[in-house]
Design a protein around this ligand. Structure first.
Ligand SMILES: [Cu+2]
Length: 405
């Protein structure tokens, strides 16, 4: 049997085993009695049938015993059902959105992920809905299965006492790629969970600031534009400035990624004019990963870094219908889509147009308006994306190449 890691799941298994036991017992009893009667009352041994008008004891027995068995089965079923439905008040609430053919998990701080990461020994309540058709959220290891229904909220809860990865499946046939609608539930330690939450995406800014503080950078560099020992980090990305080279000559430079990296690891390569060469060299002192996070934060220019297009496309489920390599899944590939000529039907009219940014945006926000020739009108409308997210998605599509001009 699949591992038991959730108390309520143990009760479900118990109810299952009890019902199975009773059923098997009855099957054996009925089969054995049948065999006995076939032999004992065979016409060669028992030529004349006897008429039995009634037997109070027998009737009592076969009424009372099954009544007890059925009530018992109901009791075990009901108590495990209650345990599965009663989510503790303090449960960690995570949103679940299903769509053809992927799952998105939305954390209280707004972080979105396609992997469900939860802390161990913590009750988790999943508040679920569907963006298109009916799906069913199923985690065999937790014995939880619940339909996700468009326009309706459903929930399940669970708590794992084991750190491991478990499968998430869709248990409601939902179209072409139903079988691909898999995801992973990762149960991790509390520290790892916090680190993961603080990790990428929406949390990038907070992490960037935390790193700059932890390496002492903010002692000399302000975040708010105020001048300090060193120039402020505010508005640093892409800034044009005059640099002094060690030999005393001056040159105009732009603060791009390369420069930022050099300025941190090897500040003696050039100095910002007007500042003393006070910055220590961090070569070898900052792990690559932290350095990248800090530079990304600095490049983002403000406290809300632009979400990476690919990650968004993954998290929003676009990539389950749109490939990035030219192959066709349910919708046209993103590769070479930007700028290509499209034939679309708008109501009854069919026309050709060029897939410019405006068209791409329209296709994401209101896909039902213009349907690309040769495809089904099945794409859900993504009308709750923020402008920055739409931009990021369209940038991502454009980065995958321009189609026929
Ligand atoms: Cu599904």
């Amino acid at each position: 049997m699949i591992p038991q890691v959730f108390d309520a799941a143990r009760q479900v298994d118990q109810a299952f085993l009890i019902i199975l036991g009773i059923s098997v017992g009855l099957l054996i009893l009925v089969t054995a009695l049948m065999a006995v009667f076939v032999v004992r009352y065979h016409h060669t041994r028992h030529p004349v049938a006897v008429e039995i008008p009634g037997n109070v004891w027998l009737e009592l027995i076969w009424t009372i015993i099954p009544a007890i068995l059925v009530t018992g089965m109901f009791w075990f079923g009901w108590s495990s059902y209650k345990a599965m439905r009663a989510a503790p008040e303090n449960a960690l609430a995570i949103g679940v959105e299903s769509r053809m053919w992927s799952w998105s998990f939305i954390y209280p701080d707004g972080k979105r992920s396609t992997r469900l990461v939860v802390p161990v020994d913590t009750p988790v309540k999943l508040n679920m809905t569907s963006l298109d058709v009916i799906h069913s959220f199923y985690v065999p290891a937790m014995r939880i299965k619940m339909d996700t229904i468009p326009g309706m909220k459903t929930y399940v809860w669970f708590k794992s006492d084991t750190q491991a990865d478990f499968d998430i499946l869709c248990a409601e046939y939902c179209g072409l790629k139903h079988a691909n609608m898999l995801a992973t539930l990762s149960v991790v330690g509390a520290d790892e969970y916090q680190a993961w939450l603080a990790g990428d995406a929406g949390q990038g800014a907070a992490k960037g600031v935390a790193l700059l503080e932890s390496y002492g950078c903010t002692g000399c560099h302000s975040l708010d534009g105020a001048d300090g020992v060193g120039p402020s980090f505010k508005g640093l990305s892409g800034r044009r400035f005059t640099a002094e080279l060690p030999d005393g000559s001056e040159t105009q430079m732009v603060a791009d990624e390369q420069y930022l990296k050099r300025a941190i690891l090897n500040p003696d390569a050039e100095y910002v004019k007007g500042y003393s060469p006070a910055m220590p060299a961090y070569e070898g002192a900052i792990p690559e990963e932290d350095l990248t996070a800090m530079i990304n934060f600095l490049l983002a220019g403000d406290a809300t870094p632009k979400p990476a297009g690919r990650e968004l496309a993954e998290n929003e489920g676009c990539l389950s219908c749109h490939s990035t390599d030219g192959s066709v899944i349910a919708g046209p590939s993103f590769k070479g889509l930007a700028g290509s000529l499209r034939r679309v039907s708008e109501g009854d009219a069919v026309r050709s147009l060029k897939a410019d940014r405006e068209y791409l945006q329209e296709s994401i926000v209101a896909p039902e308006k213009m349907i690309s020739e040769g495809f089904e009108p099945m794409m859900p409308a993504y009308d709750s994306l923020e402008p920055a997210q739409l931009d990021a998605l369209i940038d991502f599509i454009e980065d995958l190449g321009q189609g026929d001009q």
